[in-house]
Design a protein around this ligand. Structure first.
Ligand code: ADP
Ligand code: ZN
Length: 757
C-alpha cells in the first residue's frame, strides 16, 4: 500500500502535465496513487481506484484531459455536488460542465454547444442522463480536438453504488453495466472509498473493466482523532462536543429523522447555527441547508446517514455520531467527511448498547418492505456486528479501521484516538462495582416482581429519595445507596458497558428493562472478573499539528482571511472553500506573504486564483499585519521558492514566454513551437498575469481592447460569457480572455474577479 510521498513516482508523468497541475491547482506533489491512476488513464488502461474520502480521487480524472484535451465524462450520483465541482474547476480556469436534472433548458443547450465545439474537458453527468434518450449515441459522435470523434474516457465516481454488497446500492447505477458495450474501446476508471473485496470484484465485473489496474490507497487518516464515548446524556454531550468547535463546521449523524430535528432544535436553542438534513425534507429545503453549510452560513448539519453524501465541505472539523453507525464502511465514509483539507479534525461516536437493536429493527422493516433476499439482511447484520465490536472494543481505533480495510497498522500508538491518548481509565475494583450493579438489578426484581430500566437502577444505587423509589420501597433494598459516590453519568455508562459485555440482559421495546442471564450469575458468584472503563473528558481541543499550529494572533488573522473569503465567495455565488481551502488560509496566516510571488508559493494557490484573488488577500494580510505589528514574509512557504516562471517552466512554455516578450502572434508561436493555439493562448494568459505587461496590443487591436474593457466594466471581470454576450458575440473568447487577464493583472486590489472559462 502506498504510504508516504509520491514524489519519486512523479517522474512517470509527462512534464507538461505536471506543469499544468501546478498552474491549475497549485499542487507541487501528488498524493499516493494519483500518479499511478493518471498514468494508467494516459496509457488507456482501465483502473479501479480505491482511496479514502479526501484521498484526492477527483484529481485522478481531472488531470488527464489537461494533457489530452479530450472530453472525459464523469458519472456521479450526487447531482447536488456537481454544481460545486464544476464551479470549483471553473474558478481554477478549467473548462468543466454538468448535465443533470437541475439544469435549465438554456444551460443544457449551451453546454451541448460548448461540447460540440470541443471546449469542455470534463463533463459531469448523472447515470440517468448518461443512459437516457440518445445521449450515448451523441457522445459517440462528439467531436474531439484530437481528430477522431467520440468520448474515449469515462470516470465512474462512487462506483460502489453499483454493488448490492456495498452500503449504498443504487439501482440506477446497475445500468452502467451497459457502458462497455456502447464504448468497447473506451478507457473506464472506477473510483470508490469502499474497500471490501467483494464490492471491488463486483465493480470490476459489472463495469466489465479490462485488465484493470487496481489501485488501493492507504485508508488510515492520520489527521483524524477518533473517540468512542458512552452515551449518557445525549444532548449535554453533543452540546459540549460541538462547543469545542464553536464557529467551525461540524456534522452530526443520527439514526432517525426525528432525532435530527430534535438535536438541531436543541443546538439552536443554545445559540448554535444548526439545521437538520434528511430524506423527508423537501428538495428545496435540503438544497438550502446544504448551500448554507457549504457557504459557511451554517455551522452544524444534523443529518441521517442516507443523505450524508450530499454534504460537502472540506473544512469540517468535527463529525459526531449521536448513535452507532450501521457498518464500519458507513462509519469510515461518514467520518471521512471530516478534515478533507488534511488538517486535524475530531470524530466522536456516542455509543450505547441499545443502538444495535434499533438498527436490527430498521433492517428487518426495510427488508420486508423491499422484499430483499435473506442474504442481504444477513450481510447487514454482519456489518452491524463488526461496528458494534469496534465501538465496544478498547483497541487503537486507527489500527482497527486500517485492519478492517485489509491494511496492517504499524504504529504502536497512534496518538489520535481515545485509547492511545489514554482518555479512558480502568475503574478501580471494577469487579466489585459490577457485582453491586448486578445485585441491585436482582434485588429490585425480587422485591417488586418485575424488571426496571437502567435509570431506575442507577437512582437506587445512588441512594435517590425520588418518589418512585420510596413508593416501591426500593430505599429499603440492601443495595440502596451502595454507589452514592459515583456520578450518575458514569454509573449509567457502567451499566451500558455491562450490557455490552453481555453480563446484563436487556429487554426489547421502547422502554427496555434490565434482566439477568447466566453471565450475570457468574458475576454474582464471584467467578467472573470484569473490567470497566471510566470515560474522561477529552482535552478542550484536539492537539494542533505542530507544523500548522497558529499563534493566537495568527489565528485572528486566519479568521480575518476566512471572513474575506466569505465576502468574495458571496460575491461570486460559490462556496468559500472553492476560493481557497482552510489549509491555504492557515499557511497565509503563518507565512504572511508580502508579494504576489510569495503568495504563489502557498500550497493551493494556483495561477488563476493568484490572478483573481491574490491582490485582495495580500492587501488584507498587509493591513492586518501592519495593525498588529507582525512581520510580513515571516516564514518560508511550503512550496519551493523556485519561481515557476524561471526554472520551472516547461521548455515549450519557456519558448512561448520568450516570444511573447518579442510580441509574436499566437499563430506564429503555435507553428514555431508545435503547440495548439489554445495552449499558446493559455501560456499568454499566464504570461500576462505574471509579467503584467503595460500593453497587449500585439495580440488585440487597441480599438477592440477598448470595447472589451468597457463591456467588462459593466459586467465585472468574473466570467467571460457576459462580456461576450454584451458585445453581441463579435469578439471571440480568446481575445476577451487576453483583455480580462490584462485588466486583472493591472488591478491594484481586486476583489471582484473570477475564472476565465
Ligand atoms: P475524494 O474525492 O477522494 O474524497 P478530493 O478529490 O475531493 O477527495 O480531494 C480532497 C482534497 O484534497 C481537496 O481539497 C483537494 O483539493 C485536495 N488535493 C487533492 N490532490 C491534492 C494534491 N496532490 N496536493 C494537495 N492537495 C490535494
Ligand atoms: Zn490509537
Amino acid at each position: 500500500m502506498a504510504r508516504g510521498p509520491g514524489s519519486q513516482l512523479q517522474a512517470t508523468l509527462p512534464g507538461p502535465l505536471l506543469d499544468a497541475i501546478r498552474s491549475t491547482w497549485g499542487f507541487d506533489t501528488l498524493r499516493p496513487l494519483q500518479t499511478e491512476a493518471i498514468a494508467a488513464s494516459l496509457a488507456d488502461q482501465d483502473a479501479l481506484v480505491v482511496l479514502p474520502t479526501g484521498g484526492g480521487k477527483s484529481l485522478c480524472y481531472q488531470a488527464p484531459p489537461l494533457l489530452t484535451n479530450e472530453t472525459t465524462v464523469v458519472v456521479s450520483p450526487l447531482i447536488a455536488l456537481m454544481k460545486d465541482q464544476v464551479d470549483g474547476l471553473r474558478l481554477n480556469g478549467y473548462a468543466a460542465a454538468g448535465l443533470h436534472s437541475g439544469c435549465t433548458d438554456d444551460e443544457l443547450a449551451e453546454t451541448r454547444a460548448a461540447l460540440g465545439r470541443g471546449e469542455i474537458r470534463l463533463l459531469f453527468v448523472s447515470p440517468e442522463r448518461l443512459l437516457g434518450d440518445g445521449f450515448v449515441e451523441w457522445l459517440k459522435r462528439l467531436p474531439q480536438p484530437t481528430g477522431r470523434p467520440g468520448v474515449r474516457r469515462f470516470a465512474i465516481d462512487e462506483a460502489h453504488c453499483i454493488s448490492h454488497w456495498g452500503h449504498d446500492f443504487r439501482p440506477e447505477y446497475r445500468r452502467l453495466a451497459t457502458l462497455r458495450r456502447h464504448f468497447p474501446d473506451a478507457c473506464i476508471h472506477a473510483f470508490t472509498a469502499t474497500a471490501t473485496e467483494r464490492v471491488r470484484e463486483d465493480i470490476v465485473a459489472q463495469l466489465a473493466l479490462r485488465d484493470a489496474r487496481v489501485l488501493v490507497g492507504t485508508f488510515d487518516r492520520p489527521n483524524l482523532t477518533y473517540r468512542v464515548v458512552p452515551r449518557v446524556d445525549r444532548d449535554e454531550q453533543i452540546a459540549e462536543i460541538v462547543g469545542r468547535h464553536a464557529g467551525e463546521a461540524s456534522i452530526i449523524y443520527c439514526i432517525s429523522r426525528r432525532d435530527t430535528e430534535g438535536v438541531a432544535a436543541m443546538l439552536r436553542e443554545r445559540g448554535v447555527r444548526a439545521d437538520a438534513y434528511h430524506a423527508g425534507l423537501e428538495t428545496e429545503r435540503r438544497r438550502r441547508v446544504q448551500e448554507a453549510f457549504t457557504r459557511e452560513k451554517l455551522d452544524v448539519v444534523v443529518a441521517t446517514v442516507a443523505f450524508g453524501m450530499g454534504i460537502d465541505r472540506s473544512n469540517v472539523r468535527c463529525v459526531l455520531h449521536a448513535a452507532l453507525p450501521k457498518s464500519i464502511e458507513a462509519y469510515q465514509q461518514e467520518t471521512g467527511r471530516a478534515g478533507r483539507d488534511g488538517l486535524e479534525a475530531e470524530c466522536v461516536l456516542l455509543y450505547s448498547g441499545g443502538d444495535a437493536a434499533r438498527w436490527s429493527m430498521l433492517f428487518g422493516k426495510s427488508a420486508e418492505e423491499a422484499g430483499s433476499p435473506p442474504e442481504i439482511l444477513q450481510a447487514q447484520f454482519g456489518l452491524l456486528d463488526e461496528m458494534q465490536r469496534f465501538a465496544a472494543g478498547m483497541t487503537c481505533r486507527h489500527k482497527i479501521l486500517s485492519e478492517h480495510f485489509g491494511q496492517p497498522y504499524a504504529f504502536p500508538n497512534c496518538n489520535a484516538c481515545d485509547v492511545c491518548l489514554n482518555e479512558v481509565d480502568a475503574v478501580p475494583d471494577s469487579t466489585v462495582v459490577a457485582q453491586k450493579i448486578v445485585s441491585c438489578v436482582a434485588r429490585a426484581m425480587q422485591h417488586s416482581g418485575c424488571a426496571f430500566g437502567a435509570a431506575h437502577i442507577v437512582d437506587v444505587l445512588r441512594g435517590s429519595r425520588a418518589q418512585k423509589i420510596i413508593q416501591r420501597g426500593h430505599d429499603r433494598l440492601s443495595t440502596f445507596g451502595l454507589l452514592h459516590d459515583v456520578p450518575r453519568p458514569s454509573l449509567l455508562s457502567y451499566v451500558n458497558q455491562l450490557l455490552d459485555q453481555g453480563v446484563l440482559a436487556r429487554s426489547e421495546g421502547e422502554f427496555p428493562t434490565l434482566g439477568l442471564n447466566p453471565a450475570s450469575r457468574e458475576v454474582l458468584a464471584g467467578t467472573r472478573s470484569i473490567a470497566l472503563l471510566a470515560p474522561k473528558q477529552p482535552a478542550a481541543r484536539a492537539a494542533d499539528d505542530a507544523a500548522t499550529a497558529l499563534s493566537d494572533a495568527e489565528r485572528e488573522l486566519f479568521d480575518a482571511l476566512r471572513a474575506l473569503r466569505r465576502e468574495i465567495a458571496d460575491e461570486h455565488g460559490v462556496p468559500p472553500y472553492l476560493v481557497f481551502s482552510d489549509d491555504a488560509l492557515r499557511e497565509m496566516a503563518s507565512v504572511r506573504p508580502g508579494s504576489p510571488d510569495a503568495l504563489s508559493h502557498i500550497r493551493g494557490v494556483g495561477a488563476q486564483k493568484l490572478a483573481a484573488f491574490g491582490q485582495a488577500f495580500l492587501a488584507r494580510i498587509a493591513e492586518w499585519s501592519g495593525e498588529h505589528g507582525l512581520a510580513l514574509d515571516a516564514r518560508r512557504p511550503s512550496r519551493p521558492r523556485k519561481k515557476p516562471s524561471t526554472g520551472r517552466l516547461s521548455p515549450a512554455k519557456q519558448q512561448s514566454y520568450e516570444r511573447f516578450g518579442r510580441g509574436e502572434s499566437i499563430e506564429s508561436i503555435a507553428r514555431a513551437v508545435g503547440l495548439a493555439q489554445s495552449t499558446v493562448l493559455g501560456h499568454l494568459a499566464d504570461w500576462i498575469g505574471s509579467r503584467r505587461p503595460a500593453d497587449v496590443t500585439a495580440w488585440i487591436s487597441p480599438g477592440e481592447y477598448q470595447r472589451v474593457a468597457e463591456a467588462a466594466q459593466a459586467s465585472g471581470l468574473g466570467f467571460l460569457k457576459p462580456i461576450h454576450d454584451a458585445l453581441g458575440g463579435e469578439v471571440p473568447y480568446e481575445r476577451i480572455r487576453i483583455v480580462v487577464c490584462h485588466l486583472r493583472a493591472l488591478q491594484p486590489a481586486a476583489t471582484s474577479t473570477d475564472a476565465a472559462g
